[in-house]
Write a protein that binds this ligand. Sequence first.
Ligand code: SAM
Length: 285
Amino acid sequence: MNLCDYNEIKKLLSDFDFKFSKSLGQNFIVNPTVCPRMVEMSGIDEESGVVEIGPGIGVLTAELAKKAKKVVCIELDTRLIPLLGITLAEYENVEIINADVLKTDLHALIKEKFSGMKVFVCANLPYYITSPVIMALLESRINVESITVMVQKEAAQRMCAEVGSRDSGAVTVAVNYYAQAQKLFEVPSGSFMPAPKVDSCVMKLTIRKEPPVSVSDETFFFRTVRAAFGQRRKTASNSISAGLGIPKQAVINAIADCGFSPDVRAEALTMEELARLSDAVKGNL
Ligand code: SAM
């Protein structure tokens, strides 16, 4: 089956009386160049295991199955399971799990399904859960080489921004702590059925072996970063004291200890400077 052919897809969906669910972020790729390019740039090879989130009707899954050793897909929408049984019938290396990715124990899944393989995540994500999925994948430190995902263009811009630049935010810092983020290519809305209102971008997060900075208390570092970026128009000292609920003087002292300008804003600070600042704030409490 040609899973990028409009008429074939329409027939398939009508045979199953399938109606797209907006709330599940169902926009399926119909541009035939997108999935092969994603797979190519993901670095997956014939020895790889792949976790795909949200296979839809299997357009990306089929490309992954041609290249990888094994593909395990997690699809929440029960209506798509029989449909995937048909569209992916020719691929013996694909397994479909009917579950919510956010409630799936990926450590256990990887251990059980991909013993001895290098594992990759590759997906056209449902956009309503982009950040929770990416942060869950990163924070749980699942054993994967990289995460290649299609996300809304603005989300990719934010996650792939340089820490210390105008576009950076708390999520930029968090992503960069765990991975090297790279925008791969943009995908216009006309590449999907139905076409979403937003443009998209494929990005690759290559998991770091070690974080790029060392902090004395990781949890406190992330709390400080979230607070610092919490009120974008305010100075870091105001945002951090309000966000962490601590005396402003303690933050002012910490900023002075680091040698930063008293009115510095979070987006002007590099990863290393944010790490130093969180340690200094902790030291001034
Ligand atoms: N991979 C297909 C493609 O590229 O055409 C479909 C991508 S579509 C943007 C997102 C898919 O994720 C849909 O199939 C949707 O049903 C599924 N999905 C939505 N929420 C999910 C969740 N919490 N867990 C797993 N799959 C989910």
